[in-house]
Design a binder for this molecule. Structure first.
Ligand code: NAD
Length: 262
């Protein structure tokens, strides 16, 4: 029988790389993203299907508890409960110091990044428990949640919460042989988030970064001991490792994928 992996944020740069890595490991894929991203999600599906992977798509807003539950339950009825879940959808919010940060943007960042992960883990855990499916869940956190990133108070808070949520869920789900881990990527590129981050940190005019994007890019890379930013496949490979049996004794951990970032 096929083993299905759910990937949220599958239309995005990391989501696409995660889907490819899981497909290479033989997973059948339920690829999910926001309803506004149907076209990009279709591209991810095509790329995976071209490698021979069995694929299906679902669209929902991760902040909508009922929509998430309905979508995964209806999928499980037709196919099976997923045996791997990658809660990867997320947004960065604005790049502004806390004293000027818009509280509505902060609420939205927390809603998508924390409640979104909560909804995905909760809905799929219920299905896995009810169907006796053991497996693995992975949440995409961030080094911002470990160390705090300048001009990103809401994002940093949300990703710290994702790490806490992961650890708590790992305790709750261990009795059902469901492992729950997080990954914390550092600077990852190329991709939308890298470009946006460089441009917005430059525009934010803080003591941490200069105002020219090329200089900011150099400053970020120089802060990494390995002296380069990471690539989406380098994150995806760690997630694929966590999804499969090679990581069978790991649960409740947060793996930093950050080139040794201090
Ligand atoms: N790229 C990096 O440098 C980096 C570093 C650390 C952590 N991360 C995390 O990795 C994850 C993926 O990031 P990415 O670089 O692929 O970014 P991305 O913007 O390319 O992809 C994020 C995806 O999440 C989806 N999404 C956003 N809000 C949603 C919602 N409400 N409902 C459903 N889907 C929604 C978007 O449509 C998008 O396809 C995010 O959680 C991000 O915070 C990225």
């Amino acid at each position: 029988m096929e083993r299905w992996a759910l990937v949220t944020g599958a239309a995005g740069d990391l989501g696409r790389a995660i889907a490819a890595a899981l497909a290479a490991d033989g997973w059948a894929l339920l690829l999910a993203d926001h309803p506004s991203q149907t076209a990009r999600l279709g591209e991810t599906k095509e790329e995976c299907a071209a490698t021979g992977a069995l694929t299906a798509v679902a669209t929902f807003d991760v902040t909508d508890h009922d929509a998430v539950s309905r979508a995964v339950a209806s999928f499980a009825q037709q196919h099976a409960a997923p045996a791997a879940v990658v809660a990867n959808a997320g947004i960065q919010g604005e790049f502004t110091p806390i004293q000027d940060y818009d509280v509505d943007v902060a609420r939205r960042v927390l809603d998508v990044n924390v409640i979104g992960v909560f909804n995905v883990l909760a809905a799929t855990a219920r299905l896995m428990i009810d169907s006796g499916t053991a497996g693995s869940m992975i949440a995409t956190a961030s080094m911002a949640g470990v160390n705090g990133a300048p001009n990103m108070p809401a994002y940093s808070a949300s990703k710290a919460a994702v790490i806490g949520l992961t650890k708590a869920a790992s305790r709750d789900l261990a009795p059902y042989r469901i492992r729950v881990n997080a990954v914390s990527p550092g600077f990852i590129g190329p991709g939308r988030m890298w470009d946006v981050q460089v441009a917005r940190q430059a525009a934010a005019a803080s003591q941490y970064y200069e105002s020219e994007p090329e200089v900011v890019e150099r400053q970020m890379v120089e802060a990494i001991p390995l002296r380069r930013y990471g690539s989406p496949p380098e994150v995806a490979d760690v997630i694929a490792f966590l999804a499969g049996e090679r990581s069978s004794y790991l649960t409740g951990v947060n793996i930093e994928i950050a080139g040794g970032a201090l």
